[in-house]
Design a protein around this ligand. Structure first.
Ligand code: SF4
Length: 227
């Protein structure tokens, strides 16, 4: 199965995912930082608390907020001291350097990516989530779900983040809308079926999935199935 076929199958099975669930570009930035090593439900709760205190509107208000207030809002996401500090620093950076976030996203993709990666606590996955979903830039987000599904369904393993990103960007039409939808669909597949222990029954790509097919062969012959 090709990535293109995987995308088409997931789209027809699950439908459009309407990502990223945020009202503003800055909310995407906040969400991408808070989403590190936690479930999305916790991110939603933290953003709701920030919104109650009017701290998610723009970088200026968040940068000016007391660190303890930010900490109390984001506590539910884990590593909250680190995340609160990262949020405050990122907000301060944008507030000091850009009159509006729109101005930042007018930069070419490579320059904007390099700048985001220079910020404390912003790695490739966070930077690319911001660029794709807040900036509408054509860059693929690689996360644990994406790597797991590529490994199982396509038996495609990567040596690192960049190799996976380039592979996926070349596998489907180079378009931010397609990249965003495909990534969101992979996350949905990872949550519904391709979990740490896969639930292959009912998975929309079960028939074409190399992992599932191999396990079925093994089950009908010799050897233990691969997890
Ligand atoms: S068939 Fe199983 S291993 Fe393959 S993508 Fe679906 S859940 Fe994952």
């Amino acid at each position: 199965m090709s990535p293109k076929k995987l995308y088409a199958t997931l789209l027809s099975s699950f439908g459009p995912q309407h990502w990223w669930p945020a009202e503003t570009r800055f909310e995407v930035v906040i969400g991408a930082i808070l989403a590190q090593q936690t479930a999305w439900k916790n991110v939603e709760n933290a953003i709701a608390r920030l919104k109650q205190k009017n701290l998610a509107d723009n970088p200026e208000t968040l940068a000016a907020a007391p660190l303890n207030t930010i900490r109390s809002c984001v506590k539910c996401t884990g590593f909250y001291r680190q995340k609160a500090a990262r949020l405050e620093k990122t907000a301060a950076y944008f507030a000091e350097n850009y009159p509006t976030l729109d101005e930042f996203f007018e930069k070419p993709l490579a320059a904007a990516r390099e700048e985001l990666l220079s910020l404390d606590g912003v790695g490739p996955e966070t930077a690319d989530s911001i660029l794709l979903y807040a900036g509408g830039k054509p860059v693929f987000v690689i996360d644990a779900y994406t790597r797991r599904i590529m490994d199982r369904a396509l038996e495609k393993r990567f040596t690192g983040y960049e190799e996976a990103r380039v592979f996926l960007e070349k596998s489907v039409p180079c378009n931010a809308g397609v990249f965003g939808e495909f990534h969101a669909l992979l996350v949905e597949l990872g949550k519904r079926h391709c979990r740490t222990r896969p639930v292959c029954g009912g998975c929309p790509v079960e028939k074409a999935c190399l992992h599932s097919r191999r396990n079925q062969r093994l089950a009908s012959g010799a050897g233990a199935p691969r997890q």
